[in-house]
Design a protein. Structure first.
Length: 215
Protein backbone atom coordinates (compact mmCIF):
# COMPACT_ATOMS: atom_id res chain seq x y z
CA UNK A 1 0.00 0.00 0.00
CA UNK A 2 2.85 2.37 0.81
CA UNK A 3 4.34 1.82 -2.62
CA UNK A 4 0.97 2.49 -4.28
CA UNK A 5 0.46 5.70 -2.30
CA UNK A 6 3.98 6.83 -3.16
CA UNK A 7 3.41 6.12 -6.84
CA UNK A 8 0.10 7.99 -6.79
CA UNK A 9 1.75 10.95 -5.06
CA UNK A 10 4.42 10.94 -7.75
CA UNK A 11 1.77 10.99 -10.47
CA UNK A 12 -0.04 13.89 -8.78
CA UNK A 13 3.25 15.78 -8.47
CA UNK A 14 3.94 15.32 -12.18
CA UNK A 15 0.42 16.37 -13.17
CA UNK A 16 0.68 19.56 -11.13
CA UNK A 17 3.65 20.81 -13.18
CA UNK A 18 3.11 23.08 -16.16
CA UNK A 19 4.51 21.60 -19.37
CA UNK A 20 5.27 23.65 -22.48
CA UNK A 21 4.41 21.73 -25.65
CA UNK A 22 6.98 22.31 -28.43
CA UNK A 23 5.79 24.09 -31.55
CA UNK A 24 5.72 22.19 -34.85
CA UNK A 25 4.27 24.10 -37.79
CA UNK A 26 4.89 22.12 -40.97
CA UNK A 27 2.41 21.33 -43.70
CA UNK A 28 2.16 17.55 -43.72
CA UNK A 29 2.85 15.45 -46.81
CA UNK A 30 -0.82 14.51 -46.83
CA UNK A 31 -1.88 18.16 -46.85
CA UNK A 32 0.53 18.97 -49.67
CA UNK A 33 -0.76 15.99 -51.66
CA UNK A 34 -4.50 16.50 -51.13
CA UNK A 35 -4.61 20.29 -51.41
CA UNK A 36 -4.85 21.39 -55.04
CA UNK A 37 -2.87 24.23 -56.60
CA UNK A 38 -5.42 26.93 -57.46
CA UNK A 39 -5.14 29.69 -60.04
CA UNK A 40 -6.93 31.96 -57.57
CA UNK A 41 -5.62 34.78 -55.42
CA UNK A 42 -6.58 34.26 -51.78
CA UNK A 43 -7.34 37.41 -49.80
CA UNK A 44 -7.18 35.59 -46.52
CA UNK A 45 -7.74 36.47 -42.90
CA UNK A 46 -6.65 34.07 -40.16
CA UNK A 47 -8.30 34.47 -36.76
CA UNK A 48 -7.68 32.51 -33.56
CA UNK A 49 -10.05 32.58 -30.60
CA UNK A 50 -7.48 30.51 -28.71
CA UNK A 51 -4.46 32.63 -27.70
CA UNK A 52 -0.94 31.41 -27.08
CA UNK A 53 -0.68 30.14 -23.51
CA UNK A 54 -2.59 27.49 -21.59
CA UNK A 55 -4.46 24.91 -23.64
CA UNK A 56 -7.46 23.02 -22.26
CA UNK A 57 -6.63 19.48 -21.18
CA UNK A 58 -9.37 16.90 -20.55
CA UNK A 59 -8.60 13.64 -18.76
CA UNK A 60 -11.19 10.85 -18.96
CA UNK A 61 -10.86 7.76 -16.78
CA UNK A 62 -11.99 4.34 -17.96
CA UNK A 63 -15.14 4.63 -15.80
CA UNK A 64 -16.09 7.78 -17.72
CA UNK A 65 -15.18 10.28 -14.99
CA UNK A 66 -13.95 13.44 -16.69
CA UNK A 67 -11.57 16.05 -15.32
CA UNK A 68 -10.77 19.36 -17.00
CA UNK A 69 -7.50 21.12 -16.26
CA UNK A 70 -6.70 24.39 -18.01
CA UNK A 71 -3.34 24.95 -16.35
CA UNK A 72 -1.37 21.78 -17.10
CA UNK A 73 -0.07 22.47 -20.61
CA UNK A 74 1.04 25.59 -22.45
CA UNK A 75 0.99 25.74 -26.24
CA UNK A 76 1.30 28.52 -28.81
CA UNK A 77 -2.11 27.73 -30.36
CA UNK A 78 -2.54 31.01 -32.23
CA UNK A 79 1.02 30.98 -33.56
CA UNK A 80 0.74 27.38 -34.79
CA UNK A 81 -2.62 27.99 -36.46
CA UNK A 82 -1.39 31.16 -38.18
CA UNK A 83 1.87 29.65 -39.42
CA UNK A 84 0.40 26.43 -40.82
CA UNK A 85 -2.53 28.14 -42.51
CA UNK A 86 -0.32 30.93 -43.90
CA UNK A 87 1.96 28.28 -45.38
CA UNK A 88 -1.06 26.63 -47.00
CA UNK A 89 -2.28 29.85 -48.59
CA UNK A 90 1.24 30.69 -49.78
CA UNK A 91 1.78 27.29 -51.37
CA UNK A 92 -1.60 26.47 -52.86
CA UNK A 93 -2.94 29.79 -54.21
CA UNK A 94 -1.64 32.11 -56.95
CA UNK A 95 -0.96 35.56 -55.55
CA UNK A 96 -0.83 37.01 -59.09
CA UNK A 97 -4.15 35.67 -60.36
CA UNK A 98 -6.92 38.07 -61.35
CA UNK A 99 -9.49 35.61 -60.02
CA UNK A 100 -9.84 36.41 -56.31
CA UNK A 101 -11.42 34.71 -53.33
CA UNK A 102 -11.91 36.23 -49.86
CA UNK A 103 -11.40 33.64 -47.13
CA UNK A 104 -11.67 34.05 -43.38
CA UNK A 105 -10.69 31.04 -41.31
CA UNK A 106 -11.24 31.06 -37.55
CA UNK A 107 -9.89 28.69 -34.92
CA UNK A 108 -12.80 28.50 -32.48
CA UNK A 109 -11.47 25.78 -30.19
CA UNK A 110 -8.34 23.70 -29.68
CA UNK A 111 -7.81 21.27 -26.82
CA UNK A 112 -6.21 18.03 -25.69
CA UNK A 113 -8.02 14.95 -24.43
CA UNK A 114 -6.70 11.76 -22.88
CA UNK A 115 -8.96 8.72 -22.52
CA UNK A 116 -7.69 6.00 -20.20
CA UNK A 117 -7.74 2.50 -21.68
CA UNK A 118 -6.80 0.80 -18.39
CA UNK A 119 -8.77 0.91 -15.14
CA UNK A 120 -7.48 2.62 -11.99
CA UNK A 121 -7.35 -0.75 -10.22
CA UNK A 122 -5.27 -2.33 -12.96
CA UNK A 123 -2.98 0.69 -13.06
CA UNK A 124 -2.40 0.50 -9.30
CA UNK A 125 -1.77 -3.25 -9.56
CA UNK A 126 0.58 -3.28 -12.55
CA UNK A 127 1.79 0.32 -12.82
CA UNK A 128 0.84 0.19 -16.52
CA UNK A 129 -1.20 3.00 -18.08
CA UNK A 130 -2.49 3.01 -21.67
CA UNK A 131 -4.25 6.12 -22.97
CA UNK A 132 -5.73 7.38 -26.20
CA UNK A 133 -4.41 10.90 -26.75
CA UNK A 134 -6.43 13.32 -28.91
CA UNK A 135 -6.02 16.84 -30.23
CA UNK A 136 -9.45 18.35 -30.97
CA UNK A 137 -10.23 21.50 -32.92
CA UNK A 138 -13.21 23.45 -34.22
CA UNK A 139 -12.64 25.64 -37.28
CA UNK A 140 -15.02 28.01 -39.06
CA UNK A 141 -14.52 28.99 -42.71
CA UNK A 142 -16.20 31.99 -44.36
CA UNK A 143 -15.78 32.46 -48.12
CA UNK A 144 -16.77 35.25 -50.49
CA UNK A 145 -16.27 34.19 -54.10
CA UNK A 146 -17.62 36.14 -57.05
CA UNK A 147 -19.90 38.08 -54.70
CA UNK A 148 -21.42 34.93 -53.22
CA UNK A 149 -20.95 34.00 -49.56
CA UNK A 150 -20.38 30.49 -48.26
CA UNK A 151 -19.57 29.26 -44.77
CA UNK A 152 -19.07 26.04 -42.88
CA UNK A 153 -17.70 24.76 -39.57
CA UNK A 154 -15.66 21.64 -38.95
CA UNK A 155 -14.79 19.47 -35.95
CA UNK A 156 -11.37 17.90 -36.33
CA UNK A 157 -9.59 15.19 -34.35
CA UNK A 158 -6.12 13.65 -34.47
CA UNK A 159 -5.39 10.75 -32.12
CA UNK A 160 -2.81 8.18 -31.13
CA UNK A 161 -2.17 5.72 -28.29
CA UNK A 162 0.55 5.96 -25.68
CA UNK A 163 1.55 3.52 -22.97
CA UNK A 164 3.56 4.15 -19.80
CA UNK A 165 4.92 1.95 -17.06
CA UNK A 166 5.63 2.93 -13.44
CA UNK A 167 9.07 1.58 -12.47
CA UNK A 168 10.85 1.55 -9.13
CA UNK A 169 14.50 1.96 -8.30
CA UNK A 170 15.20 1.64 -4.61
CA UNK A 171 12.78 4.04 -2.92
CA UNK A 172 12.26 6.12 -6.08
CA UNK A 173 9.62 5.81 -8.76
CA UNK A 174 9.81 6.94 -12.34
CA UNK A 175 7.72 6.58 -15.50
CA UNK A 176 8.82 5.02 -18.77
CA UNK A 177 6.71 6.03 -21.79
CA UNK A 178 6.39 4.16 -25.07
CA UNK A 179 6.44 7.56 -26.82
CA UNK A 180 7.58 10.92 -25.51
CA UNK A 181 4.21 12.27 -24.29
CA UNK A 182 5.04 15.95 -24.83
CA UNK A 183 6.39 15.39 -28.35
CA UNK A 184 3.38 13.21 -29.13
CA UNK A 185 0.99 16.00 -28.12
CA UNK A 186 2.97 18.47 -30.22
CA UNK A 187 2.72 16.23 -33.27
CA UNK A 188 -0.99 15.59 -32.72
CA UNK A 189 -1.75 19.33 -32.47
CA UNK A 190 0.20 19.94 -35.67
CA UNK A 191 -1.66 17.07 -37.35
CA UNK A 192 -5.01 18.40 -36.13
CA UNK A 193 -4.39 21.82 -37.71
CA UNK A 194 -3.26 20.13 -40.93
CA UNK A 195 -6.49 18.11 -40.94
CA UNK A 196 -8.47 21.35 -40.58
CA UNK A 197 -6.86 22.48 -43.83
CA UNK A 198 -7.73 19.22 -45.59
CA UNK A 199 -11.38 19.45 -44.52
CA UNK A 200 -11.56 23.10 -45.51
CA UNK A 201 -9.85 22.30 -48.80
CA UNK A 202 -12.61 19.82 -49.64
CA UNK A 203 -15.16 22.51 -48.84
CA UNK A 204 -13.40 25.12 -51.00
CA UNK A 205 -13.37 22.63 -53.83
CA UNK A 206 -17.17 22.30 -53.56
CA UNK A 207 -17.49 26.11 -53.52
CA UNK A 208 -15.47 26.41 -56.75
CA UNK A 209 -17.56 23.68 -58.40
CA UNK A 210 -20.81 25.30 -57.30
CA UNK A 211 -19.64 28.64 -58.68
CA UNK A 212 -18.81 27.14 -62.07
CA UNK A 213 -22.17 25.36 -62.26
CA UNK A 214 -24.01 28.62 -61.54
CA UNK A 215 -22.41 30.42 -64.49
Amino acid sequence: MKKILTAMAFIVMLSSCVTTIPLQTNLSDQTMLLAENKNIKANYTIVSNIPDGYISYISVQKNGHEMVNNETYQYASETAFNKIWTSYFSNKFNNYSKDEMDIEVTLKDLKLKEQAATSIGMTMLTGNVKVNVEALAKVHVLVNYHNKKYENEFDIAASDYNESQQMSYGNSYYTVNESNPTQQKSKLLESCINKSIIQSENYLRSVIIADKESD
